[in-house]
Structures are given as structure tokens and as C-alpha cells.
Write a protein that binds this ligand. Structure first.
Ligand code: GDD
Ligand code: MN
Length: 370
């Protein structure tokens, strides 16, 4: 065996299975037992990447690791996100082939040897566990979830010219060297890492799909929610612009547009309550900025969410940033209008300047990465 010839053996591992976890305490030992059975005869390891689950998932993973050197656990603090967790797990391994699969036993671990063989035989660089090729299925998806999944898949394929039947799958295996090349282009936010990988590769990745049937979740609950949908739209937009705009920027801009709406509604209401215009406008701006700040804190920067005193401090800073952003907005709009008196062009240029400024400076000072 190759294992014996390399000190510490870990370097010889062919396959690393990366498993992102959030509140999956009861699933971890079950998944491990299933992997052990499915991967007999293969040199493998598993890395659980846990975002500090309150249910103590990382303790369970670590106690497994105490008794089996094939198990490792990365515990991330102050960060949340499926994609980011997967990226970190993959980059933590030195195995030439890396799989990503869910902890909740919904993915079919018995497909792993077949996926590995395809990569080893160089028939593919990426193997996708696919629900949408013949032989695969979505299991017990209810009609809403199935509809949503099919719709999102169609959008992604059409808009991003993706030639994979199931780009939304969270179950895949990839050559680590190819992943390392693509890693800098990937978004750490969001849920859809496979879509990101395929889109970022711009058709330069040889993909093979193997069918599998999406299983039933046994313990715990799904983390798929409305924010995941927003993330998905942001990712599609980001990839459409070839990463000119990041997912975070798209979210920031979407929140900003909502802010305009909030502003107008507040202004209308204040005027209806016969508040003088200047006061009404100032009030509306304050309401819109506060709303934007809270939304950004929940969505755009939810992986760096501010709480308590930091929240108040952040809000005050955000007011300041936005005020300067408004000056920049008006300044740019004026100078464009002076050269070319087209009102909407000047307006758009000003608004763009404002949002770019607000985004850049907020990222630097308000939600500073720890
Ligand atoms: N570390 C970490 N951080 N793990 C997370 C997070 C997070 O913020 N959110 C979810 N996970 C883990 C879960 O613990 C689980 O192991 C896996 O990611 C998938 O999460 P689920 O909540 O079970 O998602 P799902 O079953 O609704 O969605 C699955 O199916 C989709 C296809 O329909 C996932 O496989 C998706 O990736 C896939 O797109
Ligand atoms: Mn699941």
C-alpha cells in the first residue's frame, strides 16, 4: 500500500470528502459510517467544516477524529455560508481529488467510487452527482421546491450558458488542481458553489454527470431559505458580468434600490401628514438609510453581521458614509449634466457614483472583515 511508505500517511490520500455542517450533530456519525462502508479499499479522508453550530456538531466531529485519523474538523467562528465552508474545506486538503457532499444523508455516498474512478481515468475534471439526468431524481421534493429548483436551473443554464443538467447540485467531485486554479474567482457567500465553479470555468472544465436520487433528510432541518434565493440571483448577475460586479455588490445595489422606494414612500407619508418638505425629505433619507443599514447587515454582510454596540457604531458610520456618498452623487451628476445636458444620463451617473462609493467605503469601514 502507498499509505505505509509515506510518513503520516495523510499525504497519500486519494480522496477528500468535504462536508459542510450547520447543526448536523446527529447526522455526522451516521454519514461517517456510510462513508466508511462506501469507500472501503480507497484511501480517503473527510473534513467537516462547521460554522460553530450551536448544537455542538464540531464536538461530535472532533470526538470522531480522536478515534479515526481519517476525520478532521474545521470550526469557523464569526462566519456563515455554505460556499465559503466548502471552499475552505477543499483548500485544507492535499488529496488530488475532492468531493463535496451534504451531511444530512440526502446525497448518495455509494456514487463516490464511481465518481473517483471517472476522475482518475481522466474522463472528467469534474463529476456532478445529478438529479436531472436519466436515472437520477429529486426524491421527495414538494411541488414548490421542485418548481423552484427547475426554474433556477433553467435560468442559470440559459443566462450563463451552462451545459450541465444539474448545476445546483451540492454533490460533486473535482480534481483539486483544477479547483485551486478557479478558487480565487469563487464567491464565499451563497449556497451554490457548483454553479459558481462551472460558471467561473467558462466551459473549460470537462464535466461528467452521474445520476443519483436525492434522499430524505433524517435529522435536523434544511437551511434553504429566501436569502438563499437572493444569493442565487446575485450570483447569476455577478457571473453574467464576468465578475465585474461581485455578489456582495449586487446585494448592496439591490438593497440600495429598495432604499429609494422606502425613501419615496416615507416622503409621501410625511408630506401627507403635512410635514414641511425639507423636514420630510430629511426624515425620509434617515428612514431609508436606517432601513438600508439594517438590511445590509442582515443580507449583504450577514457573514460579518454587527450586533450590540457595534451595530450602533456601524449605523452612525453608515450615515456618515452615505452623506458623503450623496455629495459624490450630486457632484458627478452635475459635471455630467454640464457636459451633456441629458437628465437621465446625469442621474444614472450620479447614482452609480453614489452606490460605488457607499459600497466601497462601507466594506472598508462599516463592515470591516475581522
Ligand atoms: N458550514 C456550513 N455553513 N454549512 C452549512 C451552512 C452554513 O452556513 N448552511 C448549510 N450548511 C450545510 C448543512 O448542514 C448541510 O450539510 C448542507 O450544508 C446542505 O444544507 P441543507 O440545509 O441540507 O440544504 P438543502 O438540502 O436544502 O439543499 C441541498 O440541496 C440543494 C439542491 O436542491 C444542498 O445540497 C444544496 O447545496 C443543493 O443546492
Ligand atoms: Mn439537505
Amino acid at each position: 500500500m502507498i499509505e505505509a511508505s509515506i510518513p503520516g500517511a495523510a499525504a497519500a490520500r486519494q480522496l477528500c470528502v468535504v462536508v459542510p455542517t450547520f447543526n448536523e450533530r446527529d447526522n455526522v456519525p451516521k454519514l461517517f459510517a456510510k462513508l466508511e462502508a462506501a469507500l472501503a479499499g480507497i484511501s480517503w479522508e473527510v473534513i467537516f467544516v462547521d460554522d460553530n453550530s450551536p448544537d455542538g456538531t464540531s464536538d461530535v466531529a472532533r470526538s470522531l477524529a480522536q478515534s479515526d485519523a481519517r476525520v478532521r474538523c474545521i470550526r469557523r467562528i464569526g462566519r456563515r455560508g455554505l460556499s465559503g465552508a466548502c471552499i475552505e474545506g477543499i483548500l485544507a486538503s492535499s488529496a488530488p481529488f475532492v468531493a463535496v457532499m451534504d451531511a444530512d444523508l440526502q446525497h448518495d455516498e455509494t456514487q463516490l467510487p464511481k465518481m473517483l474512478a471517472l476522475l482518475q481515468a481522466k474522463q472528467a475534471e469534474l463529476v456532478v452527482g445529478s438529479r436531472y439526468v436519466s436515472g437520477g431524481d429529486t426524491g421527495n421534493f414538494n411541488s414548490t421546491r421542485l418548481g423552484g429548483s427547475v426554474f433556477a436551473t433553467t435560468i442559470a443554464k440559459k443566462l450563463l450558458h451552462i451545459d450541465v443538467a444539474d448545476p445546483m447540485s451540492g454533490f460533486f467531485m473535482i480534481r483539486r488542481d483544477r479547483f485551486e486554479q478557479l478558487a480565487p474567482a469563487l464567491s464565499v457567500q451563497g449556497f451554490k458553489i457548483l454553479l459558481d465553479i462551472v460558471a467561473s470555468a467558462h466551459g473549460k472544465l470537462r464535466v461528467v454527470e452521474v445520476p443519483y436520487s436525492f434522499g430524505e433528510r433524517l435529522h435536523g432541518e434544511s437551511k434553504l431559505d429566501s436569502r438563499v434565493v437572493l444569493d442565487f440571483l446575485g450570483l447569476v448577475l455577478a457571473k453574467l458580468t464576468r465578475d465585474l460586479v461581485s455578489l456582495r455588490f449586487v446585494l448592496f445595489a439591490v438593497v440600495g434600490s429598495l432604499g429609494l422606494l422606502v425613501h419615496l414612500v416615507s416622503l409621501y407619508t410625511a408630506l401627507a401628514l403635512s410635514v414641511p418638505f425639507a423636514h420630510a425629505q430629511a426624515l425620509a433619507a434617515l428612514v431609508a438609510m436606517t432601513g438600508n443599514f439594517l438590511l445590509n447587515n442582515r443580507l449583504t454582510y450577514r457573514d460579518q453581521r454587527l450586533k450590540g454596540v457595534a451595530l450602533i457604531r456601524g449605523l452612525l458610520l453608515f450615515y456618515l458614509v452615505c452623506s458623503v456618498g450623496l455629495l459624490a452623487n450630486v457632484g458627478v451628476a452635475f459635471s455630467v449634466y454640464n457636459q451633456e445636458p441629458i437628465w437621465w444620463l446625469a442621474g444614472v451617473a450620479g447614482a452609480l457614483m453614489g452606490v460605488v462609493w457607499n459600497y466601497g467605503v462601507s466594506s472598508l469601514f462599516v463592515w470591516r472583515a475581522k
